[in-house]
Design a protein. Structure first.
Ligand SMILES: [Zn+2]
Ligand SMILES: [Zn+2]
Ligand SMILES: [Zn+2]
Length: 356
């Protein structure tokens, strides 16, 4: 994610801001140009805005702005009412239950960041096959009072998130119960989107052969594999071949976990690049392996090794900063050479020119 500034007063803005806290102008994110825009309200219609420095473009906010869960913009003439990210919602939480608005807000923050990454990678949101179209859609649902459980997961393009995962305490409990070192809403979105993009980039595609060499044969019984995983856990040597323990459950989960890490890596490297971050430890020899200058925009780098050579020092530095504050590690993983090979395969598939 880039660092954005207000075009009216140059104050820095977060991606989620809908107002500049310095000059008070409304701001919003334009998904067409992937930029934050400072807005000027139109005198004739308070729902319409112009770009603060270009009167020719007229915008309105996504309809979900009225709930405070979206700051994305649409051209004034758009009739759908929802931005590209919110148009993918099929089910939203029941807002009659007061706590659900906060949960939904947390969910939308994570979802919008996922959609930003997918737009950044120029990945389509639809798989058009001969007879049907599979679209990326979302449903945010709660367990029913009668005890019917909602499973977070992916099915034919539809990503379901159990809204309870938007509660910090509930998510922390699941994290410890499942022995996970990293569990976030953004991580859920990135992981589940991986299943959709497996359907798009691998299923029935030439890449399937190489996928099976790297990740294994996905035709093995999925539910039996998951049952075995939840009974026995990951093999002791999982970190020599996999990016996370859960990746050992089945080749589809290995792909989705690795996909999530690929998105973690690209987005965080873009943030580091946007801030001009250099890792240059003052007291270490010039040949030490933890130097990196993140001076090139990562989405423009085709050589995956160059990304890894920036990512590893960055993780070591930010993990150290977190430890200085008593926080857990920012990236609590060690990436083995086979996991790097899997990430590299995904990077290649995400290069628009190389997509099969
Ligand atoms: Zn401002
Ligand atoms: Zn929206
Ligand atoms: Zn999965």
């Amino acid at each position: 994610m880039r660092v954005y500034t207000c075009t009216n007063c140059s104050n820095t803005l977060y991606f989620e801001n809908s107002k500049c806290l310095h000059c008070d102008h409304p701001v919003g994110f334009d998904p067409a140009t992937l930029t934050m825009i400072t807005l000027k309200p139109q005198a004739a219609d308070p729902a319409l805005f112009t770009h603060s420095s270009d009167d020719s473009k007229i915008y309105k906010y996504c309809s979900n702005a009225e709930h405070g869960v979206c700051n994305w913009l649409l051209p004034a003439e758009d009739t759908s009412g929802f931005c590209v990210a919110c148009a993918m919602n099929r089910v939203i939480p029941d807002l009659d239950n007061g706590i659900n608005l906060l949960r939904w807000k947390n969910i939308e923050v994570a979802k919008h960041r996922l959609i930003y990454s997918l737009l950044r990678l120029k990945l389509p949101f639809e798989i058009v096959a001969e007879e049907k179209t599979e679209s990326l859609l979302f449903q945010f649902m709660a367990d029913t009072p009668s005890g019917e459980k909602v499973m977070t997961g992916h099915d034919n393009g539809i990503i379901t998130i159990n809204v309870a995962e938007a509660d910090e305490a509930e998510r922390a409990k699941n994290k410890y119960d499942l022995g996970e070192r990293y569990r976030t809403l953004l991580g859920h979105f990135r992981h589940e989107s991986g299943h959709f993009y497996w359907d798009m980039l691998i299923r029935d595609k030439p890449a399937l052969k190489k996928y099976r060499q790297l990740f294994g044969d996905e035709r093995q019984d999925y539910s039996a594999a998951l049952t075995t995983y939840y009974e026995n856990g990951a093999p002791a040597d999982w970190n020599q071949r996999f990016i996370s323990p859960y990746a050992t459950a089945h080749p589809w989960e290995d792909w989705a976990e690795t996909w999530a890490h690929y998105l973690h890596m690209m987005d965080t490297l873009e943030t580091a690049w946007s801030f001009g971050i250099r890792i240059d430890p003052v007291e270490l020899d010039k040949t030490s392996g933890i130097r990196a200058s993140i001076l090139k925009e990562p989405y423009g780098i085709t050589d995956f090794n160059k990304l890894v050579n920036r990512w590893l020092p960055l993780c070591f530095a930010v993990n150290s900063l977190n430890r200085s504050m008593g926080h857990p590690d920012f990236y609590p993983f060690v990436i083995s050479p086979p996991a790097i090979e899997k990430l590299q395969f995904i990077h290649k598939l995400c290069q628009p020119g190389l997509r099969a």
